[in-house]
Design a protein around this ligand. Structure first.
Ligand code: PMP
Length: 427
């Protein structure tokens, strides 16, 4: 059976190769100057990633003439879709000019919107990516506590140099980390007992995003809040992904206020963006008049990101976010209903508009619970859905955008049902 599954996945991969000759040629050409023709590892598809020619609304067009319904939403950065309002703001910057090397009005407007949204953020600093925001948050916590060690969780992704999944240690910033199992408060309690006086912070995603869309148990996060207060460590929520679950992010939904929060992805409408913020007394360290810390970055306040970010708060209403997250919940429930009626070993995890389909049944509290997932099922699911015109991440991840409608979602559920029927004999 396993051999038939592997053979089916290999055949699907070959079909993909055959159907993407122009992408293959561009990938080969790119490989001479980019390692493997790639500059963003997650976009690699075996044996080469397809090349996009353009995009409009929820549609992606590749250079081989295929059109896909984009259910990946640029890994969450594309939440707002490809809307005319953002294009107009960018056009405004083009008209006014850019690269000032000085401050402009929109950065404070953007910062006010961020501070207004997230309960834990009194003050904020902008960066160029979520990765940078998390590195800065860790460094800030180490500075203000005068402690070195950070608690993080197995399978977490906080950015390129802060990956705690398989192989992540090879390119990780060389800080002192305690890497603990997610959703395991006993492990955190033991670590705090053993090393509490050396622990600067606990950095946690309210839902492991890249780790498979595994939500934290609310009591786990509540216990982290309680225990970090007791030990004098800062609690940092990485809401790069989860900030989209409500206007105030997961922290608002859970009613837990961390000391610091990191942000990224969609908050600048799909342009390069990251931010770290938190309690006023913590962020005061960056006040050039009195704080003593410097935080450089030529593009921290680049004209495009600031102008779009300042507008995003007016473009996303709470009701719209709620509707998007309800659509995601409905999609997850519909998929799980299909999977429940099928002999194939699938389930969908996630929270609101962030989902991940896994070829692995059973309860999942941490990435180790996904160990039985067969990569051949992942590959087959990805290729069959791509061939049917639906783009999700090769790992099964999806992030709905505001361009995706109920009708789009229904067409995807129907395509997944077709996949389950067509591949039923591989069960
Ligand atoms: N934190 C989380 C939770 C993320 O999902 C990501 C990106 N996937 C990052 C941090 C890093 O953000 P960026 O890609 O902007 O560096």
């Amino acid at each position: 059976m396993a051999n038939r599954l592997t053979a089916a996945a290999a055949a699907a991969r070959q079909r993909y190769v055959d159907e993407h000759p122009r992408s293959a040629a561009l990938a080969a050409q790119a490989s001479t100057v980019l390692p493997g023709g790639n500059t963003r590892s997650v976009l690699h598809i075996e044996p080469f990633g397809f090349r996009v020619a353009g995009a409009e609304g929820p549609w992606l067009h590749d250079v081989d003439g295929h059109t896909y319904l984009d259910l990946l939403g640029d890994y969450s950065a594309g939440l707002l879709g490809r809307c005319a309002d953002i294009a107009a703001v960018i056009a405004g910057v083009l008209e006014r000019g850019w690269s000032y090397g000085a401050m402009s009005e929109p950065e404070a407007v953007f910062a006010e919107a961020v501070v207004g949204r997230f309960p834990s953020i009194d003050q904020v600093r902008f960066t160029n990516s979520g990765s940078e925001a998390n590195v800065m948050a860790l460094l800030t916590a180490r500075h203000v506590t005068a402690r070195q060690r950070a608690v993080v969780f197995d399978g977490a992704y906080h950015g390129g140099p802060l990956y705690f999944g398989p192989g992540g240690d090879r390119l990780r910033v060389p800080f002192e980390f305690a890497v603990l199992p997610y959703n395991d408060i006993e492990a955190v309690a033991a670590e705090l007992t053993a090393n509490g006086e050396r622990i600067a912070c606990v950095l946690v995603e309210p839902m492991l995003g890249a780790g498979g869309c595994i939500p934290a148990q609310p009591e786990f996060l509540a216990a982290l809040r309680e225990r970090t207060v007791a030990s004098g460590a800062l609690l940092i929520f990485d809401e790069v992904m989860t900030s989209r679950l409500a206007l105030g992010g997961a922290q608002e939904l859970l009613d837990i206020v961390p000391d610091m929060t990191t942000l990224g992805k969609y908050l600048a409408g799909g342009l390069s963006f990251g931010a770290f913020g938190g309690r006023r007394d913590v962020m005061a360290a960056f006040d050039p008049n009195s704080g003593g810390l410097t935080h450089g970055g030529t593009f921290n306040n680049n004209a495009f990101t600031m102008a779009v970010g300042a507008e995003v708060s007016t473009l996303i209403a709470a009701a719209e976010l709620d509707a998007l997250n309800r659509r995601g919940d409905d999609l997850r429930n519909s998929l799980n209903a299909c999977f429940g009626d099928s002999p194939l070993p699938f389930q969908a995890l996630g929270w609101g508009s962030l989902l991940n389909v896994h070829p692995c049944p059973g309860l999942v509290a941490r990435p180790a619970d996904l160990a039985a997932a067969d990569p051949a099922w992942r590959e087959l699911f990805f290729h069959d859905l791509l061939a049917a015109g639906f783009y999700v991440a090769p790992r099964g991840y999806m992030a709905l955008t505001l361009d995706v409608t109920d009708a789009h979602v229904a067409s995807f559920v129907a395509a997944v049902q077709t996949f389950l029927d067509a591949r039923r004999s591989l069960a």
